[in-house]
Design a protein around this ligand. Structure first.
Ligand SMILES: Nc1ncnc2c1ncn2[C@@H]1O[C@H](COP(=O)(O)OP(=O)(O)OP(=O)(O)O)[C@@H](O)[C@H]1O
Ligand SMILES: O=P(O)(O)OC[C@H]1O[C@H](OP(=O)(O)O)[C@H](O)[C@@H]1O
Length: 183
């Protein structure tokens, strides 16, 4: 049977990358998707592959991505190798745009959504403290915070306004039946 795909979504600053890092540490059997992004390598944050716009376009044209999108002035690609990982029966976790959930659900039969949220004032404080984006970028990220999810998908709601350990426990409880131990 195909592996399950856990798609982590939610507004910028909610803690998706932080949560994915915690999930990966607690669940070494999970494949963690390394996204291809047209962002400078030195930006930090999640482990990703940095490419320039022309390299991204080249890979897109040869079918290197199973899903791709644009947001925040950047392009994001999910390497097509994810299909083989799931076909081999391994579970995987990926950070996806909410705008791509419907497409992903039609592409991946065993997809489960982890919708990570945080209160608006918490998002603003975290993005400011993270310091990766300019104040203008942060404003536009906050304006996108309320993007709705498509109806009808299996979703676990995770409020990460408080302690990361609480959010991580909720995430691992969803993943646990065929995978990680709950700490
Ligand atoms: N529960 C938490 N308590 C305190 N700080 C947190 C918590 N979760 C995440 N953070 C911090 O908040 C900031 C945003 O987290 P992170 O980068 O994981 O968010 P994100 O949802 O991946 O955002 P983006 O979509 O912009 O990449 C980071 O500096 C991270 O260390
Ligand atoms: O708002 P939506 O479309 O859900 O998400 C758009 C993108 O924003 C975040 O990007 P980043 O991790 O900050 O680069 C998410 O990871 C996603 O790729």
């Amino acid at each position: 049977m195909n592996g399950r795909l856990f798609s982590v979504v939610g507004p910028s600053g909610a803690g998706k990358d932080t949560l994915i890092a915690g999930i990966a540490k607690a669940s070494p059997q999970l494949h963690v998707v390394r996204r291809v992004i047209t962002r400078p390598a030195e930006a930090g944050g999640e482990p990703f592959e940095a490419v320039d716009a022309s390299e991204f376009e080249r890979r897109l044209n040869i079918g290197a991505f199973v899903i791709d999108w644009q947001a925040h002035g950047l392009r994001y690609g999910i390497p097509a190798g994810l299909v083989d990982v799931l076909a081999g029966g391994q579970d995987a976790v990926v950070n996806l745009s909410r705008s791509k959930l419907a497409e992903a659900a039609s592409r991946f039969a065993r997809m489960h959504v982890l919708n990570v949220t945080a209160r608006p004032e918490v998002l603003a404080a975290r993005l400011g403290a993270r310091g990766r984006e300019t104040p203008e970028d942060i404003r536009s990220r906050l304006a996108r915070a309320a993007l709705p999810l498509p109806a009808g998908l299996p979703v676990t709601e995770i409020d990460n306004s408080g302690a990361l350990s609480d959010a991580l426990r909720a995430a691992l409880a969803t993943i646990a039946p065929e995978g990680a131990a709950v700490p």
